[in-house]
Design a protein around this ligand. Structure first.
Ligand SMILES: O=C(O)[C@@H](CO)OP(=O)(O)O
Length: 252
């Protein structure tokens, strides 16, 4: 652990491919498992951490099993399965409202490219809210029982930024300031929200930013917690480039 005032390294890790990523379904807060490919990606994420000598001291995850399993697999591979764990709904994927469980290609065919991309990537337009009690809603889920009015029925990225930042400030920043290397195992859109904050990406430009599954993204931060390496550094840049294109092209 660092002894100076320098913050620890921040490592962002989107979960490995889930079974619904593989089926091209909007997922959001639906708690689906990793696919076999996702398990392999998460394990490889751990190999990359180990090979880079980038060893987390603490891990923060969402409450969803695809992020939790990814963290466990990667940390086990890096021999860091024993580190402190913190979990919070504020790191969950964006709630995808009434689109949860729907096929991306079908939604694109039905509503057209513009509406599809507005729902997927605009900063401030949420999809229609999910109906309470419907198949893919979380309103009876005990892990969210204490959220009360904070429990979303849909979210746009602006909503995710708003609910994620208090957790960043209150829980993740103190770990970084203590000199710990922090692994955040989370989701495409909760990590996009964090990257937007870290890199100061505009509301418009964030639409073009996609995060690949299972490839650790390292940020080195200065004492004001501004990135020294703006945009971060993927531990496998060539694989990240291909995987980013695949995420951008989902639904086509
Ligand atoms: O379905 C979802 O929850 C997310 C992440 O898989 O999809 P998208 O990349 O379309 O925002």
């Amino acid at each position: 652990m660092a002894e100076s005032n320098a913050p620890g390294a921040l490592i962002l890790l989107r979960h490995g491919e889930s079974v619904w990523n593989a089926e091209n379904l909007f997922t959001g807060w639906v708690d689906v498992p990793l696919s076999d490919k996702g398990v392999a990606e998460a394990t490889r994420g751990g190999v990359l951490l180990r090979e880079a000598g980038l060893l987390p001291d603490v891990v923060h995850t969402s409450l969803l099993r695809r992020a939790i399993a990814t963290a466990n697999l990667a940390l086990d591979e890096a021999d860091r399965h024993w580190i402190e764990v913190r979990r919070d709904w504020r790191l969950n994927e964006r709630h995808y409202g009434a689109l949860q469980g729907k096929n991306k290609a079908q939604i694109r065919a039905e509503y057209g490219e513009e509406q599809f991309m507005t729902w997927r990537r605009s900063f401030d337009t949420p999809p229609p809210p999910i109906e309470r009690g419907s198949e893919y809603s979380q309103d009876a889920d005990p892990r969210y029982a204490d959220l009360g009015d904070d429990a979303p029925l849909t979210e746009c990225l602006a909503d995710v930024v708003k609910r994620m930042l208090p957790y960043w400030e209150a829980r993740i920043v103190p770990d970084l300031r203590a000199g710990r290397n922090v692994l955040v195992a989370a989701h495409g859109n909760s990590l996009r929200a964090l990257v937007k904050h870290l890199d100061g990406v505009s509301d418009t430009d964030i639409a073009g930013l996609n995060i690949p599954t299972g490839i650790p993204l390292r940020y080195d931060l200065d004492e004001q917690l501004r990135p020294v390496n703006v945009g971060g550094t993927y531990l496998d840049p060539a694989a990240a480039e291909d995987a980013i294109k695949a995420v951008a092209n989902q639904g086509r």
